[in-house]
Design a protein around this ligand. Sequence first.
Ligand code: ZN
Length: 128
Amino acid sequence: MSQLKYCQGPKCHTYDTKDRKKGPKNNKRNETRRRSHFYYLDGNCCSMQCMYDWFNVYGQRALDHFGRITQPKVLSADNAWRKSYDWRSSSEGHNHYVYNHLTEERRPITEQQYDDEQVITEDGRLAI
Ligand SMILES: [Zn+2]
């Protein structure tokens, strides 16, 4: 079983739900949710509300810390590559290719290249 972790929502414990209630009758309290998996904030928050609460408290500081976008990011022919394939029956094998969605250029690649994360960089550049 994977390890339990706490929701990172700073106000999680303030939402009054049955599953947050802990403690004996004479000492009731609500606690931050704890689960092995969360769906929000990349697996760190139990709900959309907790995700927004996190951003409201920490978002500005996170943007300042990691750096804001201060000039436009540009999509050009250099970084407009994506991988795709045409479906064919499994005996034929799918037809894999890289596709430039700006110039519409299309280049065939092998299935191994298709599965290779390095073929196209995170910012859309062709690395082969
Ligand atoms: Zn939460």
